[in-house]
Design a protein around this ligand. Structure first.
Ligand SMILES: Nc1ncnc2c1ncn2[C@@H]1O[C@H](COP(=O)(O)OP(=O)(O)OP(=O)(O)O)[C@@H](O)[C@H]1O
Ligand SMILES: [Mg+2]
Length: 227
């Protein structure tokens, strides 16, 4: 089954009266359980594509589907709910709340779903154990290393049991060894739990480990290498 799909999407940003077209007509289907890397030069539209695939943003033209369902007709609230259930996001800059404990950061997606507090706490602790941070539940992000913060972000992406995790340069801010640990973690989730993983990377060795490589250039998919 197709987890996420973009059909001929474009995205034009307007800034101070100037239009910038970040995507010029991209079609991409992400299948359940797959492991794909998105590659391309800076400014080529990779993050824009990730935001659209995960329905964090709406396209200027074209169709987006989550689990086969066209999202165009959904209200922002309905879309947020669907996204919250199906997709986990990991951003390069972690996006963690500074004054909030690790456990509560991870539990946040469940707040939006109306999960009761005790269950949120239990599931957040479980997700943190998955990423090897069961001993850091009450730390704040600032009290953690970069690699640990990235793992907290992964735990938060996983806590709702999504079918797909979208990771935008998840190792970009990490040294090689810490980055390898994060990659091992994502690979394990894919292999053992069947979570589809789509990641943006600039690193050749990270891309080489993916089963599919999508090359983006100037707002278009230039090459899509699948087995
Ligand atoms: N919110 C925005 N408003 C205006 N222009 C934007 C916005 N977001 C992105 N752009 C422009 O769209 C183009 C694509 O940006 P995008 O962030 O998708 O690139 P990228 O491939 O992720 O680059 P990088 O590898 O540097 O992260 C760029 O030219 C960028 O300046
Ligand atoms: Mg980017």
């Amino acid at each position: 089954m197709t987890a996420l799909e973009a059909v001929d999407v474009t995205r034009t940003y307007t800034m101070g009266g100037v239009e910038v077209t970040a995507l010029r007509g991209v079609s991409l289907a992400i299948e359940e359980g797959e492991y794909a890397a998105i590659l391309g030069p800076s400014g080529s539209g990779k993050s824009t594509l990730m935001h659209l695939l995960g329905c964090l943003d709406r396209p200027t033209t074209g169709v987006l589907r989550i689990g086969g369902r066209d999202v165009a007709g959904l209200s922002d609230t309905e879309l947020a709910e669907l996204r919250n259930r199906r997709v986990g996001f990991v951003f390069q800059s972690f996006h963690l709340l500074a004054r909030t404990s690790t456990r509560d950061n991870v539990a946040l997606p469940l707040v939006y779903r109306g999960v009761p507090r005790a269950e949120r706490r239990r599931r957040a602790a479980e997700a943190l154990a998955t990423v090897g941070l069961e001993h850091r539940l009450e730390h704040r992000p600032g009290q953690l290393s970069g690699g640990e913060q990235q793992r907290v972000a992964i735990a938060r992406a996983l806590v709702g049991d999504p079918g797909v995790v979208l990771a935008d340069e998840p190792t970009g801010n990490l040294d090689t060894r810490t980055g390898d640990g994060v990659m091992d973690l994502l690979e394990r989730l894919n292999r053992e739990r069947g979570v589809a993983v789509v990641l943006v990377t600039h690193e050749a060795d990270v891309a080489a480990r993916a089963r599919r490589r999508v090359h983006v250039r100037d707002g278009l998919v230039e090459r899509d290498e699948s087995p």
